[in-house]
Design a protein. Structure first.
Length: 260
């Protein structure tokens, strides 16, 4: 059995490491399954979660950004989709926008609609966003709701960090009130759930960045789909997806029309 309190303890342990000795582990360790460079702090943070699961004998398999699949139990009941350092470049450069993201799904059933528990933690502030399917979304144990703003001219938009991708979004950027980019998709998505922003559009985002956010946003009253408004298929951890998240259906529909 695995519970939300297990996810909270994993976050606490990883956060404690990152804010202390993690700051010194900036060395590179080759490429991860996505082809990105793994840093010492990335691997160590994942190892903390892996060891927690082993010590607790949790019936899980982990799917991680740096290691791929790690089976803890011979008969797993759950799959954990994990990114303990979402914003590795930020962390390495001392930019304090780094998320911890973990989603719990029934073993092998990698569809977003199957996410049972989800947690996103802000490594530097300690803020926790979490949800259990059917029981609402919470920020530090206070229930949250997405934004009801339906006018794009009043909306805040989170989008990609790469300049080339931002240029492709200019027709939408011109219509919103403000644009933000933190370099940590899980944190940006948590602000959609919290009602602090109305829209997020990121192209080529891999599942460990948004699997947890999907449930938190849904439980808060929002929507997360692909950029055509469709539900995402079974998750491929090596594949990048074009993601659209919105606080409500009306603003979601407006963005889809502009993206066409």
């Amino acid at each position: 059995m695995i519970l939300l309190k297990d996810l909270e303890e994993m976050f606490r342990l990883v956060r404690k490491f990152l804010l202390k000795e993690g700051r010194t582990k900036l060395e590179s360790h080759g490429l991860n399954p996505k082809g990105d460079v793994s840093k010492g702090f990335d691997l160590a943070a994942e190892e903390i979660v892996i060891n927690y699961c082993r010590n607790k004998r949790l019936p899980v398999e982990l799917v991680t950004e740096e290691r791929g699949r790690v089976k803890i139990s011979d008969s797993p009941e759950y799959t954990l989709v994990l990114d303990p350092v979402d914003g590795s470049i930020n962390f390495a450069k001392g930019i304090e926008a780094v998320g911890f993201s973990i989603a719990v799904l029934p073993y092998g059933k990698l569809l977003l609609k199957n996410v049972k528990y989800a947690l996103i933690g802000n490594v530097f502030s300690g803020t926790v966003f979490k949800a259990e399917k059917g029981k609402g979304a919470f920020r530090n144990n206070e229930r949250i709701k997405t934004s009801r703003i339906e006018d794009l001219s009043k909306a805040f938009l989170f989008t990609a960090s790469e300049a080339s991708k931002i240029r492709d979004m200019l027709n939408i950027i011109k219509k919103v009130d403000r644009v933000r980019c933190l370099g940590s998709a899980s944190l940006e998505l948590s602000f959609i759930a919290n009602g602090s922003a109305e829209v997020l559009i990121i192209m080529g985002l891999t599942p460990e960045n948004f699997a947890a956010a999907y449930l938190i946003i849904k439980e808060a009253g929002g929507i997360l789909t692909d950029v055509r408004g469709n539900e995402l298929p079974a998750l491929n951890m090596k594949k990048g997806y074009d993601i659209l998240a919105a606080g409500n259906k009306k603003i979601h529909k407006q963005i889809i029309e502009l993206l066409r």
